[in-house]
Structures are given as structure tokens and as C-alpha cells.
Design a protein around this ligand. Structure first.
Ligand code: CU
Length: 137
């Protein structure tokens, strides 16, 4: 049992929490997770502004994706809450949360091979500030 308790500490990165706020900021910019293991991501929008003005999501892109080009192109996917559903941009998506309004939470799970993944909020205009990296190793 001692070994198992130790293991759960070592794997604490398998559950991650990210918040976003009305200042267009994620609370984390660099996250590490274990490669090849299921990761639980809990995403909270702790802001107060309406979703139409300040909605947030977390979109995780494959390594080598161009986050700026993705953010610019995602504007065209308004009908799908700014997450492209098909085409070259959609092909870059590893996982994404729902677009959240104030006080909302979404939980997703995904598994990453070793690598450095970029994440962003794809709400129009947010990606310049709202991006970071998830390193799986
Ligand atoms: Cu946002």
C-alpha cells in the first residue's frame, strides 16, 4: 500500500485544473502530464461576463500546430462554438472542452503521447493571450 500511495503522488499530474477569467487569462501557461496515461482536465470559467462577450474554452493542438493560425481560423467556426469541426484546422485538435460561460465547468479526458502540445482559447481574439503548453513525458 505504501508503494501505491507513493505512485499516486507521482501521478498527480494526471488530473489538471485550469481556470479562465474575465481578464482573458488562463491561470496556467505550462502544464506537465504523464505521457501515455489518461489525463483528466477540469476547466472552470471563473469570470462574470456573459458567454457571448467572454466565453472561454481549452483547445489542445497536436505538436507542431500553428496556434496563431488556428486561433485566426477558428473564428469562422462560430456555429460550432469556434471549434472547427472539419478540415485542416480540425485535424490539428487533440481534445477540447465546451465553450463556457461565467461560472461554468467542463471536464474532459484525453491521453497524450510524449511531446509538447499547445493549448488555446479559440473564442475570437483570445488566443493571443490565452495560450500555453502541455508537456507530456
Ligand atoms: Cu477565452
Amino acid at each position: 500500500m505504501g508503494l501505491s500511495a507513493f505512485s499516486s503522488v507521482a501521478l498527480a499530474g494526471a488530473k489538471i485544473e485550469i481556470t479562465a477569467n474575465d481578464q482573458m487569462q488562463f491561470d496556467k501557461k505550462a502544464i506537465e502530464v504523464p505521457a501515455g496515461e489518461e489525463v483528466i482536465l477540469v476547466f472552470n470559467n471563473v469570470g462574470k461576463l456573459p458567454k457571448a462577450a467572454m466565453g472561454h474554452n481549452v483547445v489542445i493542438l497536436k505538436p507542431d500546430s500553428d496556434v496563431m493560425a488556428f486561433g485566426a481560423g477558428a473564428v469562422a467556426a462560430a456555429a460550432n462554438e469556434y471549434v472547427p469541426a472539419s478540415g485542416p484546422l480540425a485535424d490539428q485538435i487533440v481534445a477540447h472542452t465546451k465553450l463556457l460561460g461565467p461560472g461554468e465547468t467542463d471536464t474532459i479526458t484525453f491521453t497524450l503521447e510524449a511531446g509538447v502540445y499547445k493549448f488555446l482559447c479559440s473564442f475570437p481574439g483570445h488566443y493571443a493571450l490565452m495560450q500555453g503548453t502541455i508537456t507530456a513525458k
